[in-house]
Every structure is written in C-alpha cells, then in structure tokens.
Write a protein that binds this ligand. Structure first.
Ligand code: GDP
Ligand code: IMO
Ligand code: MG
Length: 435
C-alpha cells in the first residue's frame, strides 16, 4: 500500500508541481487534499508548460486517476476553464474524480474575500481573492455547498433558498461587490456544472483506500506550504486549510497509518507572496536580483514574490509539523554564482537566541536572522551532462550546502532539482520511491 506525499516546506511555490510530476510517473492516483485554485503549480515537459490551479498534477500524464479530495475547495466554473486549457495542451481529465464532500467556491465567496480584506486593517492578508477563506468559513459554519449537492437537486434548491438571502445581506453589510444572481439563476448554473462534471463526482475516500488495499501507488500532492497552515503557519497571515501532514488524512479521507513517504519540497532560498512576517527577507536590489534570477512571479496572481535567504528555523518547523522522510531541494541552480550564501540557523529576539519558530507575530517582527555563511559555487555549462553524472559530480560547495541542510534537519535530500524541466532532476534514490 505505498503512498507518497509532497508538501511545501515554506510559504508555497517551492516547486511542488515539478516534484509531483517527477515522482508521479509510477503513481496510479494523484490526490489533492486541501486548498483550491489559490494554488499555482508549474510543470515543464520539454517545450510544454502546464500551469495548474485546481487540477491535480496527474492530469498531465494520461492514464492516471487525478483526484480532488474532500478537503479541497472547488470553483467549478474555473475548473471547467482549466480543463479546456489542459485538454488543448494534450492532458486528459478522463481520470478526474471529485469528492462528493468537497466544498464549492461560489461567486459570493470571491466577492466576500475581497470585502473581508478591506476590514482587516494592518492585518490584511493579501489573499489570492479566489474565495478560499470564505468557502472554508462556510464549511466550518456548516452552511457550505458540497460537490455532492449537485447530484441532489431538491436538496440543493432548498439550501440555496435559505443561503442566498443570507449571503446577500452579508455582502451588503460588508459593502462587497454586488452579486446579481437569484436562486433560480444560480440553480440553473449549477445544473450546468452537473451536466459537465457530475459523472466525475464520487466518494473519493473509498476510491483511494481501495487503491491502497490493491497495492496501487497513491501520491498526495500538497498545495501552499507548511508556513501557510491555518494552525501551524504565520497566523493570521496564512491560508484557511491544513497544509501540513495531518491535512492529508482529513483532506483525503485516509487514516494516519496509510502515510508512508512524506517528501518536503524545500526551495534553496525563501519566497513568500502576500503579507506576513519573513525574517530572512531581502530588500532593494538584493531582493530584485533573486526575484529576477528565480523568475519569482506568482502563477495565480502574477504578483512579484518577496525573496530572501534560506531559513532553516522555518524548515525545522515544517519538518516537525509534516514528518518529512526525505527532502526535494529545488531551484539550487538559481543560487549559482553567489560568492557566499547566508543560511539562517536561529533568530535573535530581544537579545535571546531562538531556535524554534515562534507563534507570536510581534516576536517575529522583532526577530533578526542569525546566519551561517556558506561558500557559493560556480555555474555549469551543461545541465543535461551534470544530471547524467549525478550527485557526486556537483560542485563541492553545492554539496556542502545540501549536506548542511540535511544535517540541520536530520532528513536526507534525496532529490536535487537544478532546473524547471522534469529532466533537470538528480534522484539520489535512482527512481526507487515506491516499494
Ligand atoms: P509550486 O506552487 O510549489 O508548484 O511552485 P510554482 O510552480 O508556483 O513555482 C515554482 C517555479 O519554479 C515554477 O516556475 C517552476 O517551473 C520553477 N522550478 C521548479 N523547480 C525548479 C528548479 O529546480 N530550478 C529552476 N530554475 N526553476 C524551477
Ligand atoms: P501554491 O500551491 C504561495 C498565500 C496568499 C496569501 C495567503 C492567503 O502555488 O504553493 P488565500 O487566497 O489562500 O486565502 O491567501 O496565502 N497563498 C499562496 N502563496 N503559493 C500558494 O500556492 C498560495 N496559496 C495561497 O498569497 O498570502
Ligand atoms: Mg505555486
């Protein structure tokens, strides 16, 4: 019953799409378990670039089941558009399955997302405005609409009849953008979704657990990253879902003893989109240089990502919250040709050395990074040749950088990523990921 989970070890955009695509060659099912189309996962296969938001990365390889689990929030309208794009690029959604328990993102959630931000004052989160937070709020408030509701028309109409006036009052109160829909127009639109995608809706927990019982390979694809977790991230500057290890169980409907390998996807430096504390953040030209070199612009919103040095206090927190059994270190090529590479190993807060990531935003705002300076390495000419030669042929300083991370986190860095393409990957397990 092998399962493999990929989770971002920082604030998202670590390269999870690339690593999922690399590791899912031998997977039978690829499962998203949290988040929604706030995610932007890039997969590069030769001259084709797929940018996925709501769809699991598995749709890029035909013949696999791509599962949207119960913990995900789904914008059906945007999902249908995304499906058109993926199919035009040669992907396939024949294997797409959507949990009947997954909650639906409605137009009013998107409008409320924008309106709520206006009321947060200095705690503005900088959300993707995709309606993620308001949809999870409804789920917890027990007034959400679920994918399975599309299959029960009378029940759905009843629900809309009480829900829509409530949402409209709320939108008026928060001075949100108006939503002109009526119960009838909304119901009709949702029946259109059902016609397109109703056949793909099922109990995905049964599907996944049966697959594991049958010794199929199941890959759980995380979205966002550990530091955006609703409980363990930099609250309130987080997303609204459980992005860490436990989120796989609740969000896919599998028990904890079903989880085998958990791969932490760790960018060789740090980025963050939106607001919130970022202790190793650079500024001015230094930040711009890293942003340009790494192409650090959001896949979902196009916003420039904030950039800074690697923060191992963050990575230790993520490793503890997620139980990483291995690391995939990405974007090491972006660090080529730096003279020295500072790596944060602790924080100085009010003169005290702090080694564990604190909960308090006030403390984090005062935290100064304590760096260990590592030596940089020179760039190489031919990535294909470098990958072919394998880990031992990497520049010594780069291996020192990798091994410093491994030793700090007591976790092996089994994947080294030196470019966006599937092929630009050094696999220290030689493909032995599924026992
Ligand atoms: P995700 O949200 O974690 O899937 O990451 P994104 O796709 O939002 O951002 C990662 C970006 O880095 C994408 O443009 C990837 O194509 C790119 N990328 C991934 N791995 C590497 C790598 O090792 N080197 C370089 N240069 N780019 C990479
Ligand atoms: P992937 O899967 C980076 C950030 C937003 C904002 C905060 C809350 O591509 O790594 P939300 O819309 O979720 O309520 O916004 O979370 N955020 C991400 N940052 N990568 C992501 O996804 C993100 N998804 C949300 O920028 O700060
Ligand atoms: Mg992304």
């Amino acid at each position: 019953m092998p399962s493999l989970t990929i989770i971002g070890a920082q604030w998202g955009d670590e390269g999870k799409g690339k690593i999922t695509d690399y590791l899912d060659e031998k997977a039978d099912l690829i499962v998203r378990f949290q988040g929604g189309n706030n995610a932007g996962h890039t997969i590069v296969v030769g001259d084709k670039v797929f940018k996925l938001h709501g769809l699991p990365s598995g749709v890029v390889r035909p013949g696999k089941l791509a599962v949207i689990g119960n913990g995900v929030v789904v914008n059906m309208e945007e999902l249908l558009e995304e499906i058109d794009h993926v199919e035009a690029e040669g992907g396939s959604i024949d294997g797409l399955r959507i949990s009947d328990r997954a909650h639906l993102i409605m137009e009013y959630h998107k409008k409320l997302d924008g309106a709520e931000e206006k009321y947060r004052g200095k705690n503005v989160v900088g959300t993707t405005k995709k309606g993620i937070g308001p949809t999870y709020q409804d789920k917890i408030a027990r007034i959400g609409l679920r994918a399975g509701d599309l299959l029960e028309e009378d029940f759905l109409k009843d629900k809309l009849t009480f829900l829509l006036p409530y949402k409209k009052d709320l939108m008026d109160m928060l001075e949100a953008e108006k939503c002109n829909c009526t119960v009838d127009s909304l119901f009709e639109k949702m029946m259109g979704w059902k016609d397109h995608i109703g056949k793909n809706i099922c109990d995905t927990s049964v599907l996944i657990n049966d697959a594991l019982d049958d010794d199929k390979n199941v890959l759980f694809e995380g979205a966002q990253g550990a530091m955006l977790d609703i409980d363990h991230g930099t609250y309130p500057f987080v997303t609204s879902s459980a992005t860490c290890g436990g989120g796989v169980c609740t969000g896919a409907g599998v028990a904890p003893n079903r989880l085998d390998e958990i791969v932490g996807c760790l960018k060789a430096y740090t980025t963050r989109v939106g607001e919130g504390p970022f202790v190793t953040e650079l500024s001015g030209d230094d930040e711009k240089a890293l942003q340009q070199k790494g192409g650090e612009f959001g896949v979902t919103t196009g916003r420039g990502r904030r950039c800074g040095w690697l923060d191992l206090v963050v990575a230790e927190h993520a490793t503890r919250m997620c139980g990483f059994t291995a690391l995939a270190i990405t974007k090491l090529d972006v660090l080529n040709d730096f003279e020295t590479l500072p790596v944060c190993v602790a924080y100085d807060i009010d003169g005290k050395k702090v080694e564990h990531f604190p909960a308090s935003i006030q403390k984090l705002e005062k935290a100064k990074p304590i760096y260990k300076e590592l030596k940089g390495w020179k760039s190489w000419n031919d990535t294909e040749a470098l990958v072919k030669e394998g880990y031992d042929a990497l520049p010594q300083e780069m291996k020192d950088y990798v091994e410093f991370i491994e030793s700090y986190l007591s976790t092996p860095a089994d994947i080294i990523s030196v470019g966006p393409d599937r092929k630009e990957t050094i696999d220290r397990r030689n493909g032995e990921w599924w026992n």
